[in-house]
Design a protein around this ligand. Structure first.
Ligand code: MN3
Length: 206
């Protein structure tokens, strides 16, 4: 078995409200493809290529740096494309919204808190909304292609339900050095319905 680059559910120019078509095309067909290809190469001599990607990430401390970087890159982008949409549902009404409002007062304040973490990340990385093992939700930022699933995290472990790519390749063509502007605009294409679905699925399996 090899890991497959998932098909995008929308065209490269579909998210232009926030991400330009050229950035989308390069990001998906060059960067994400490269993580996928390099992950398969890094696991070529191992039987672990049979495992679900989440299982590899949850025991990533056993693997090489090449597997860590590319398994992270593969999984993180799968999630990123999944929670973005040209027709995003911005209003949710269920348990996830209640949890967010308990902790951050409002959806807007959660986004502000995530943007602040994203701006504080030096160099490349991601900012996350994730479900902790105890079922509570939390936000964090990780470097490079790490994520909350990885057992190399001493704290901040759990199941990601929303990830924002902070690498310059995610925004530089359109926003240049203005990561803050990118982070403001990205929320216009985040599909909260999808994030809520991921939350419900994880909670049901805890
Ligand atoms: Mn990226």
């Amino acid at each position: 078995m090899t890991y497959i680059l998932p098909k995008l559910a929308y065209s490269f120019d579909a998210l232009e409200a926030s991400i330009d078509a050229q950035t989308m095309e390069i990001h998906y067909s060059k960067h994400h493809q490269a993580y996928t290809t390099n992950l398969n190469a890094a696991l070529a001599d191992s039987e672990d290529g049979e495992l679900a990607i989440e299982k590899i990430l949850q025991s990533i401390s056993k693997y090489s740096t090449a597997v860590r970087n590319n398994a992270g890159g593969y999984y993180n982008h799968n999630l990123f494309w999944e929670i973005l949409s040209p027709t995003p549902q911005k209003n949710i009404h269920g348990v996830l919204k209640e949890k967010i409002e308990q902790k951050w007062n409002s959806m807007e304040e959660l986004q502000t808190a995530m943007n602040k973490l994203g701006l504080a990340r030096f160099g490349s990385g991601w900012v996350w909304l994730y479900v902790k093992y105890n079922g509570e939700i939390e936000i964090s930022s990780t470097a490079n292609q790490d994520n909350p699933l990885m057992d190399t995290n001493l704290t901040d472990r759990g199941f990601p339900i929303l990830g924002i790519d902070l690498w310059e390749h995610a925004y530089y063509l359109n926003y240049q050095n203005r990561r803050a502007d990118y982070l403001e605009k990205i929320w216009e294409v985040v599909d909260w319905k999808k994030v809520e679905e991921k939350y419900s699925l994880i909670i049901s399996q805890l």
